[in-house]
Ligand binder design. Structure first.
Ligand code: NOJ
Length: 515
């Protein structure tokens, strides 16, 4: 597999296109709006973008229900506008990943309409169907009573997202197809065609939705890993530079499948939530990071340290970071995110501490996620500078608080989170040890104790990271002398008697002279 060089120093910015910038006043964000703000993203120190699905869709799940993979959703612009966005990204030396949704389509997709027909046709086996209308596929929800064809169709997520057929790892019912059946293979080839189309159009790769879910009854993921290896072989032949990032949450598996990077997320056994989103998060000052570190280390060991794991500040599926982590502690949380291996992901608005908007009605299948998807707050003009539509036409209502954070205010305040992040990304960019591939060794991480300390090593440099979001002065044993600080928030750490002592609510990145 080809290494993708730019991933090694990448810092991603996730754009939820609906809510980023509306350039034409229709209340919804668009490609031209994103283009207008590329310089802002670059100035933040982000070098790459992940854009949520932006394809034609009935938008019952914010675009994760694709109706036509080959067509930009008109509300965002045309395919040519999207290509212009790719060009503008590249002109700035940045990269962009599209969101590929291979596991399911919208029930309005033409493939599904054809697949519902009784008469056999090229799409009959495109989805997972049983041969009995009253029998759902085991372990899945299903659509029943919706087709001329006899059978129930499995769904992957919401009821309007029929599951595409990539086969069963060990089929044992007549209607279950194997991964090398013609139907399953045709689905995979169709997905490769879609990837080919957008890579040719100029995107740099994909974030892959529910990448773990494709082959069914595949307990150890062997079938799904093999499927992704096949995709990687195709990419290596035709698009060796295409970057692949998985929503999987089990790096030992996804990385074997040829993904360059896998997310550690709020689901699965990663303990990611212990850090940012639970009753007592570690970065809230009174929690525990040890289970996270245990899981992280185990994952790293299992994946042979080869591929990358990435930790996001949040995403469109989680409650905003700002709900749980307050004030200066957010800076400490970013001093962590921006000093971990793998490429960090900043969810749009987290850099200014955008809040989770409480009490909203669900929009486009957002449900409780809707409050994390509100329009970006750029300035203090109408609609917070998001766009010129009437306020009641906004896709999701804005945070109504009079003191809602804005980019403009954050830029003007030298102590803002935004300016701290700019500082952190610039330092990360100057030190390969802190980037995706630098080694990590946890130095201090004790259950319910502070601080969290680890070293990052690379390119002949070793850096000690010490994070103390608690209100206590704390110490830990450390045998080496501390060199100069390349970053500090709060008071500088002090080393004496073989111990490093750090003040309450502080963070620091220190050079370490090798012993
Ligand atoms: C994960 C996506 O992040 C989420 O937003 C979506 O609803 C589901 N996959 C289904 O595609």
């Amino acid at each position: 597999m080809n290494e993708v060089k730019w991933l090694e120093s990448a810092v991603f910015y996730e754009i939820y296109p609906q809510s980023f910038k509306d350039s034409n006043g229709d209340g919804i964000g668009d490609f031209n709006g994103i283009i207008e703000k590329l310089d802002y993203i670059k100035d933040l120190g982000c070098t790459a973008i992940w854009m949520n699905p932006c394809f034609d869709s009935p938008f019952l799940d914010a675009g994760y229900d694709v109706r036509d993979y080959y067509k930009a959703a008109p509300r965002y612009g045309t395919n040519d506008d999207m290509k212009r966005l790719f060009d503008e990204v590249h002109k700035r030396g940045m990269h962009i990943l599209l969101d590929l949704v291979p596991g399911h389509t919208s029930w309005e997709h033409e493939w599904f309409r054809q697949s519902c027909k009784a008469a056999p046709n090229p799409y009959t086996d495109r989805y997972i169907w049983t041969d009995n209308t009253w029998e759902a596929p085991e372990g899945m929800n299903a659509l029943i009573g919706i087709s001329e064809r006899v059978g129930a169709c499995g769904v992957n997520f919401f009821s309007h997202q029929p599951a595409l057929n990539y086969g069963y790892y060990r089929p044992h019912k007549p209607w279950q197809q194997s991964t090398d059946s013609p139907g399953a293979k045709a689905t995979l080839e169709a997905m490769k065609d879609i990837m080919r189309f957008w890579l040719k159009a100029g995107c740099d790769g994909f974030r892959v939705d529910m990448a773990h879910s494709l082959v069914k009854q595949d307990e150890d993921s062997k079938g799904t890993i093999a499927l992704w290896q096949d995709v990687r072989a195709f990419l290596d032949r035709e698009f060796p530079d295409a970057a692949m990032v998985s929503e999987w949450g089990e790096p030992d598996k996804s990385l074997q499948g040829g993904f360059h990077m896998d997310f550690l997320l709020h689901f699965g056994p990663s303990h990611y939530n212990d850090l940012f989103r639970c009753e007592h998060p570690f970065f809230g000052g009174g929690g525990d990071a040890s289970e996270f570190v245990k899981a992280y280390t185990a994952n790293r060991d299992k994946s042979g340290g080869k591929g990358l794991m990435c930790i996001p500040s949040g995403n469109h599926d989680m409650t905003r970071l700002a709900k749980y982590i307050h004030g200066g502690r957010r800076k400490i949380a970013f001093a962590f995110l921006l000093s971990m291996p793998g490429a960090p992901f900043i969810y749009y608005g987290d850099e200014i501490g955008m809040r989770y908007v409480e009490g909203l009605y669900s929009v486009e299948g957002g449900y409780e996620r809707t409050g994390s998807r509100s329009p970006m707050q750029w300035d203090d003009t109408a609609n917070a500078g998001f766009g010129s539509s009437p306020a009641d036409k906004l896709y999701i209502p804005l945070d109504p608080s009079p003191d809602r954070p804005t980019v403009k205010a954050a830029q003007a305040d030298k102590n803002s989170l935004l300016n701290e992040i700019r500082k952190l990304t610039a330092i990360r960019a100057a030190h390969p040890a802190l980037q995706s591939r630098g080694d990590i060794e946890f130095v201090y991480c004790v259950k319910n104790e502070y601080p969290l300390a680890y070293t990052r090593t690379g390119d002949g440099e070793k850096i000690l990271v010490v994070l103390n979001p608690s209100d206590r002065e704390v110490s830990f044993p450390f045998a080496q002398a501390l060199g100069d600080a390349i970053y500090t928030y709060g008071d500088h750490a002090v080393r004496s008697d073989g111990k490093v002592t750090v003040k309450p609510q502080s963070a620091g990145w220190y050079r370490v002279a090798d012993a």
